[in-house]
Design a protein around this ligand. Sequence first.
Ligand SMILES: Cc1ncc(COP(=O)(O)O)c(C=O)c1O
Length: 367
Amino acid sequence: MAVNGETTHRHGGFRRTDFARLGIGERAVLDFSVNLNPLGPPSLIRDRWPQLISGIEDYPSVEGEGIAYYYQKKYGIEPDHFLAGNGSTEMIYLIPRALGIKKALVPVPSFHDYSRGSLLAGASVLYQPISQREDSFAIDIGEIMDRMRESDALWLGNPNNPTGNLHPKETILEICRRYPDKWIIVDEAFMPFVEKKNLFCVLDPDRPGNLLVLHSLTKFYALAGIRMGGVIASKEVIRTLRRFKEPWTVNGIAERIAPLLLECGEYEEKTLSLVRAERNRLFENIRRSGIVFPSIPSANFLLCQWRFTENLDDCLKEFLALGIYVRDCRNFPGLEKNWFRLAVKTPEENDRLLSAFSSFTARRKNG
Ligand SMILES: Cc1ncc(COP(=O)(O)O)c(C=O)c1O
């Protein structure tokens, strides 16, 4: 069993450590390091909170039926094709364990838990670097197809966090067809921020039997503390996953909240238009300043490379001093050279980021 450096947590957001490391006094910050809906949770969750809290006394359903109900109504997924989890993270750890994955292929940089979940399940991991050509990151599907011969499962973020790469659904289905005896696990945690519905594997009624689609409600509805998500797959796969899953991992509040999210059409539309407009505005403004992007951002985050000095710490310090916290991405394999990630936030918050950015980039250029 591999329990080594590769299985330690590698998430961001260690503000206190960063303040201390960079020698800056702790202060309140605007957090651009976490990619959640900039509108915050739908207002109806706060309005209904007094009723929701009644859910704390009883055991919830064993398998999070309230979440399954949401997926049935929202995406037309029958409950026997769905398994709910305490966030999609629970599924990332359950899948390799339950399916007995031995060798997983993981394109990197990507969400660290794909490899951690595989390693903790006793699998070995093959890393496929996402090729960097000049300033762009491209996931070479030809190379992935070749390397699939050596593995029995592929993890694919769509869109990929943190690079933002998006894959056409046809490409994913082609991989599934080419390797019918291997598992293709596609993570659509950020897909609700993407407007092109034809990319959603979750909406495909003819999903192949070897395709598993991870989904999350924590990002699009800004409910990361409530933990809601799941996996969509064939009936056989769901039956197998159920046999390995711990009971009651979806709490009673989450289970009551999920059906309410079906009433949030206006909030969803507002989110999509806000994220689209602000993502484009951030991208255009920051790009003009000489910062580099590896790909056109597709969801609610932007990956960028600091090039004004040799060390990203200079940038982090400037931001922190102005009360802005961004995600240092140097702990992702392939992003060691001063890459950082920004979440798309509200227009006012993004204005603060842009003005901080232009003030210190101008100083760097002039000085
Ligand atoms: C790409 C990706 N997938 C899945 C997750 C897990 O999300 P959750 O467990 O909140 O559903 C995250 C969390 O940051 C993520 O970045």
